[in-house]
Design a binder for this molecule. Structure first.
Ligand code: HEM
Length: 429
């Protein structure tokens, strides 16, 4: 077995390496283009960053192997970012997060998303130019407030979170890949981002000290009681994690979906027809969500096309992957964004085509990984489709979106990929 393996030194190195900087400059210049190009070098490619050597895994088959072996591959470098924002590593937290409030049956999370979406749709009665990403951030924050914080989040807090979000999202990819020393260099950006993380933590601390604004059932009291350890500090971190996960994940996905629908009137017509047939003027409740099959395909295509730039794994022991022996501690990078746009697996990969999902799931195992893979896979994955379906139904049942004049959408790739500058006009149907 060992005789047929090769060593990591034999693997190709990605083009664009500079002395001292490695591939950092290429990543900074255009991280998505750089990551998307790596599959051309082979299934395993060396990528150098200052003080850190990594190997990009570009083949779905190898990604699938990693997913299947949670014992050998642990969390890699990329979650350092969440750690910086939340104040510690986001381990097991989300097992609790999911049962505590992301579980729609237990917590009314879907009701909260529906109400938040309906509020926004009402305000969109006459909206010639909506900042869509901001509106979707507002939707998820309002849902967190309703389902978890019992109305403790005031308008000022929400405005403050909106102010902090761009810094919290900014440039996560490179900073997460930088070794700790470099990431903490006191550059203006690093200082601003670190401050944003601290400000979000203390805002949540303040919010948790308040009495609930309305209603008798207070999830916070129950959640604090239910904690085996950590108490309020632990709860604060769960909430910060959830703000981070829902704004960079759910809100971005909803914004991209509205963007694609606005550009494709016939697709939006099909979505409206399905909403009419399935909901018949009523709300999107949990029992009908499985019937929204076309809308689900649209979401799947959004999750394919606008996937996160990177997930990372570290070898917990020596492993053989793709015939190459990786020593314990080797850092592996996998780009869901790049895998999803690889023409070897997706026909015309840059085309937004929800019908490519008519035949079922991914073309090969490991080729669809919007929620990451293996033991560190996103723990929000079960709820994401349901919350997005509920939100879209609330937003679009009586509304139609069209591009706003003069708006230019830019793809901004941080920890996730978000549509900067997206503005839409909202019309009655
Ligand atoms: C469209 C929405 C979302 C997308 C695309 C998304 C995507 C991801 C991805 C790619 C990862 C990294 C997984 C890996 O390293 O293999 C991740 C991790 C994570 N996500 Fe999400 N996510 C979304 C929404 C959510 C929501 C709503 C929650 C919970 C409130 C959540 C909680 C988490 C947690 C806790 C982790 C870390 C898991 C761990 O390290 O054990 N995510 N997510």
């Amino acid at each position: 077995m060992l005789a047929s393996t090769s060593a990591i030194e034999d693997l190709p190195t990605a083009p664009g390496r500079l002395p001292g900087l490695g591939h950092a400059a290429a990543l900074l210049r255009s991280r998505l283009r750089f990551l998307d190009s790596l599959h051309r070098c082979g299934p395993l490619v060396r990528v150098d960053l200052p003080g850190l050597r990594c190997w990009a895994v570009t083949s779905p088959e190898l990604v699938h192997e990693i997913a299947a072996d949670a014992d050998s591959f642990g969390r890699g470098v990329s979650l350092a970012e969440e750690e910086r924002v939340a104040g510690r590593r986001a381990t097991a937290v989300h097992g609790r997060t999911r049962t505590a409030w992301s579980d729609p049956a237990a917590s009314g999370w879907l009701d909260a998303v529906r109400e938040a979406g309906a509020d926004i749709a009402r305000r969109w009665a006459d909206a010639p130019r909506v900042d869509v990403l901001r509106a979707m951030d507002e939707l998820v924050l309002s849902a967190i407030d309703r389902a978890v914080l019992a109305g403790r989040l005031g308008q000022r807090d929400t405005a403050e979170i909106h102010r902090l979000l761009p810094d919290i999202r900014r440039d996560a990819v490179l900073r997460t890949l930088l070794p700790e020393g470099l990431a903490r260099l006191p550059t203006a950006t690093h200082r601003r981002v670190a401050r944003a993380g601290r400000d979000l933590q203390s805002l949540v601390d303040d919010v948790l000290c308040r009495a609930p604004a309305r209603g008798s059932a207070d999830p916070i009291a129950a959640l604090t009681r239910g904690r085996a350890r950590g108490g309020p500090a632990d709860l604060r971190r769960d909430i910060v994690d959830t703000v981070f996960a829902t704004t960079s994940g759910t809100a971005a996905t909803l914004a991209w979906t509205l963007h694609e629908l606005a550009r494709r009137p016939e697709l939006q017509d099909r979505l409206h027809r399905e909403l009419d047939e399935v909901l018949d003027g009523g709300p999107a409740t949990a029992d009908v969500l499985d019937s929204l099959v076309r809308t689900r395909r649209i979401l799947t295509e959004v999750l394919r096309l606008y996937a996160v730039p990177l997930v990372a794994r570290r070898c917990r022991r020596e492993v053989v992957l793709g015939g190459v022996r990786f020593p314990e501690g080797s850092e592996l990078l996998c780009s869901p964004h790049a895998v999803h746009r690889d023409p070897e697996h997706y026909l015309r990969p840059d085309l937004f085509d929800p019908d490519r999902w008519l035949a079922g799931g991914a073309p090969v195992d490991g080729a669809f990984l919007p929620f990451g893979t293996g033991g560190q896979r996103c723990s929000g994955d079960q709820v994401v489709y349901r919350e997005c379906l509920v939100a879209l139904a609330a937003l679009l049942a009586r509304r139609r979106v069209v591009p706003a004049a003069g708006a230019r959408v830019r793809t901004t790739a941080g920890g996730s990929v978000v549509p900067s500058g997206l503005r839409l006009a909202v019309l009655p149907r």
